[in-house]
Structures are given as C-alpha cells and as structure tokens.
Design a binder for this molecule. Structure first.
Ligand code: PHE
Length: 324
C-alpha cells in the first residue's frame, strides 16, 4: 500500500491528479486506507497496538508526502524548472498607426472642429467626375494619358474611360451632385499620378479636399479656414500666402503656401468654385458661391515630422515606422 501510494503522489503532475491520488489512498469513505483499517479490526487483540502504531505511521508518511507534493505543484512552473522568474521579461513590441494615418486622423479632427463634415469618394473614377464636371475639357493637358492611370477596360474601347483619380476634387462633384447647398465638407484620400519617384514624388499620395458652398462664401473665408487649419496642425501662428494660379474648376485660383519654422512650403491649390462647376452639378451660380482647396497630406506630415524623403512612407521600414 505504502509504495503504491507514494508512487502515485510523486507521479501526480497536476493538482487534479494529486487529488485523485488522495481520494484513492487516503479517502475517508472508501479509499484504500479504509480497506486497510478493516483488516486491522481482524488482527488478534494482543497484536493490535503494534499493528495500529504501524498503520498510523504509514498514514502519516503518506499524508506528509501528499502535503509536500501539493506545495511543490502550487509553485509557478518556471520556478519548478529552475528558471529565475525575477529576470525582466522580453518586451512586446506594440505596433502603432502609420504616420500618415495619424496625420489624416488629425486633419479630420481639426476640420470637424471647424464645422466641416468628412466624406469619402471612390479611388476608381470616370472622366465625368475627374475631368468633365470639373470644367476640364477633352483637349486639356491634364487629361493626357501620360499624366494619368487610365484603365484598359471594355468601356475605354467604347469611349467612356476609367482611371485612378488624379485629384480628390472628384469628391466635390460627387458631394454636390447629391447634396443641395449649403455644403461644408472635406475628403481625404489617395490620388494617383504617373510621376517618377524621388524624395518628393510618388505615383500615389494623399490629398485633403475641402469644399464650402453657401449664399455668400468668399475667398476671405477660404484664407481664414486655411489659416486656422495650419495653426491647429503645425502649431503656433502660421502665415498663409496665396499666389495667383490657374485651375479649370476655380476662378480666381491660387497656389497656397504656408510659412512655418522659417520656411515657405507649397501645400496645394485653392480658389473660388467656377460657375461652370456649379452648373455641372445643378447648382445656381447666381444663388450660391463657394471655395475649394486641395492640400497635399504628405507635405504637412513631412514638415511636421521632419521627413526628408516621401518614399519613407511606403517602405514599411519598421525602424522608420517605429518612431511614430
Ligand atoms: N485639385 C487640385 C490639384 O490636385 C487642387 C485644387 C483643389 C485646386 C481645389 C483648387 C481647388 O492640384
């Protein structure tokens, strides 16, 4: 009995197994100790004290081993195996949002505070939304196949072409098509142009488009919104400068520069929505006016985080990404 009991206790590798051994060998109701006890009753009276003493010793030894094994099993596994659990563990790397994702989230947050709602548009576009409604005629150089990613599709053969949008201004059109004025929206997303890659150019980048249309929306309000946005994102007092420019969908049109940290940076284009665009979406240019702007998201992120090569954003180098 004793040998079998001690073997079962030593062999128990979990508290459950140990409990099973306890029930089998020391159980009060019908364990093997109980059987032993009934044998004890049949021993001749003169032998009883000696046998009884032996019985108690065996019982104590088995119980003692059981307690010892219980304590041992309760220890953490590492300690049982001789490892030092007080050593510092391996740090888990916790991942983080891509710097551009963080930038976009912050843009949305700032523009929402300024009263703009955030809308989305498709990256795969038709010529109507990427060009026609934006007052860009068929012969305009912006439609050149060398400057756009046109898709080779069946529709292309039939005349209506599909392309990866070259600007987020498409979303101005999509919004106005199904929303009566007033509107105040921004849309942030990817745009595509077949540019040679270098430290400031990629064939895919992000723009934030803004559009505000109402009864008397002016160029002065455009400048105010851009100033407020720049102050909020770059921090402090950022000067905003307009330089005369041309876009088919705005008149007048401007290039937007911002002065920050001792340097002017070109951050995009803007202007007053052209009456032809208003008409294309069924708005009355006599009743409402508006402004629109398109800003380069990477431009801002590069300035703010001091990134000198735009390609870093798409390299997936953890040494770069881990810094944000
Ligand atoms: N879509 C223009 C570009 O990509 C920027 C722009 C947007 C200009 C809205 C005027 C108004 O360069």
């Amino acid at each position: 009995y004793e040998q079998a009991a001690l073997a079962a206790i030593a062999g128990a590798s979990s508290t459950d197994e140990l409990e099973a051994a306890r029930v089998e060998f020391l159980g009060k109701k019908k364990g093997r100790l109980k059987d032993l006890q009934s044998v004890l009753g049949k021993v001749a009276p003169e032998d009883r004290p000696a046998v009884g003493k032996q019985f108690n010793e065996v019982k104590q030894r088995v119980s003692g081993q059981l307690e010892a094994r219980k304590v041992e099993l309760a220890k953490p596994a590492a300690e049982v195996e001789g490892l030092d659990v007080t050593l510092p563990g391996n740090r888990l790397s916790r991942g983080s949002l891509h710097p551009l994702t963080q930038t976009i989230e912050e843009f949305k947050e700032i523009m929402t505070r300024l009263g703009f709602s955030v809308v989305e548009g498709p990256e795969l576009e038709d010529e109507q939304h990427n060009f026609v409604a934006l007052n860009i005629p068929p012969e305009h150089p912006a439609r050149d196949p060398l400057d756009n990613f046109y898709l080779a599709t069946a529709e292309a053969a039939a005349g209506g072409q599909t392309l990866l949008r070259s600007q987020t201004s498409t979303v101005q059109i999509r919004t106005m098509e199904h929303t009566p004025p007033p509107v105040r929206i921004v849309s942030i997303g990817r745009v595509y142009r077949p540019d040679e890659h270098d430290d400031t150019h990629l064939s895919m980048f992000h723009q934030m488009e803004g559009l505000m249309v109402g009864e008397s929306v002016t160029m002065a309000q455009l400048k105010t919104v851009l100033s407020k946005f720049a102050d909020a994102y770059l921090g402090g007092d950022v000067a905003v400068r307009f330089r005369p420019s041309f876009f088919p969908f705005t008149e007048p049109s401007v290039e937007v520069d911002m002065y920050w940290d001792g340097q002017w940076i070109e951050i995009g284009g803007a202007g007053v929505v052209d009456p032809n665009v208003m008409r294309a979406v069924g708005y009355d240019p006599e009743a409402v006016t508006g402004f629109a702007f398109g800003l380069g998201v990477e431009r801002f992120a590069m300035r703010r985080y001091n990134v000198s090569d735009i390609r870093q954003f798409v390299k997936n180098d953890l040494r770069f990404l881990g810094q944000f």
